[in-house]
Design a protein around this ligand. Structure first.
Ligand code: CA
Length: 217
């Protein structure tokens, strides 16, 4: 899942980003609304965690612009105000969910996961392909009765391939969705991750290389 965090409190923004990355999410950070909109225009995010009270371009304006220009992204608005009126105002601007500060990190993660499921619409909470089983929310993956010990990137790649349900996913798409903007598109990082994933999944092989197109489960 690809997440954009727009938050002007640098410490909070960085702490949230670090925590979400540990959950296997690919996270970019913007410390103001202008940069946030620039990043959102350049990259297709699944979820935007958006502080409402931003300097420069206000969070409300970022929210309306985002939801008007990008039909895919789901907006989770953070705000210091916890009154019903503020919540309603946020939702009226097109935010998909709303979390008053201060919040528990676990609740933020659960809400992002819920929005991610909405992005994927009918995608089930647990993904199954033959004898491979993956639970994104609990970060568990199994093949048969063997629990797989995967790195966050391996887990994210496997999740994307399983969510595609047999369709081919290109290396570029894997790179865009599982890595953040610091990933170097010219390295063979996707290939290496796929190779490790294959080794951990064992025999018979479940990830097929489609030459010139990408990978599929
Ligand atoms: Ca703020």
């Amino acid at each position: 899942v690809r997440v954009l965090v727009v938050e002007d409190e640098i410490l909070l923004a960085d702490t949230v980003a670090r925590g979400l990355r540990r959950q296997g999410m690919a996270v970019d950070v913007a410390y103001d609304g202008t940069v946030g909109l620039e990043k959102a225009a350049a990259t297709s995010y699944d979820v935007c965690v958006l502080d409402r009270d931003l300097p420069g371009v206000h969070g409300d304006e970022v929210c309306t612009t985002l939801t008007r220009t990008d039909g895919r992204v789901r907006v989770l608005m953070l705000t210091a105000a916890s009154g019903v009126d503020d919540r309603v105002a946020g939702l009226n601007l097109g935010a998909d969910d709303y979390l008053p500060k201060p919040f528990a990190f676990s609740e933020l993660v659960a809400r992002i996961r819920a929005l991610e499921r909405r992005v994927a619409q009918a995608r089930p909470a647990v993904l199954v392909a033959r004898d491979v089983w993956l639970d994104p929310a609990r970060r568990l993956a199994r093949r048969g009765s063997n629990e797989l010990s995967l790195t966050t990137k391996e887990f994210a790649v496997l999740e994307l391939l399983m969510a595609a349900d047999g369709a081919v996913v290109s290396a570029e798409e894997l790179l865009e969705r599982a890595w953040d903007e610091h990933a170097d598109p010219f390295t063979n990082t996707v290939r290496v991750t796929i190779a490790n994933l294959r080794r951990k999944l064992g025999e018979p092989p479940v990830i097929k290389t489609v030459v010139g197109a990408g990978y599929r489960i």
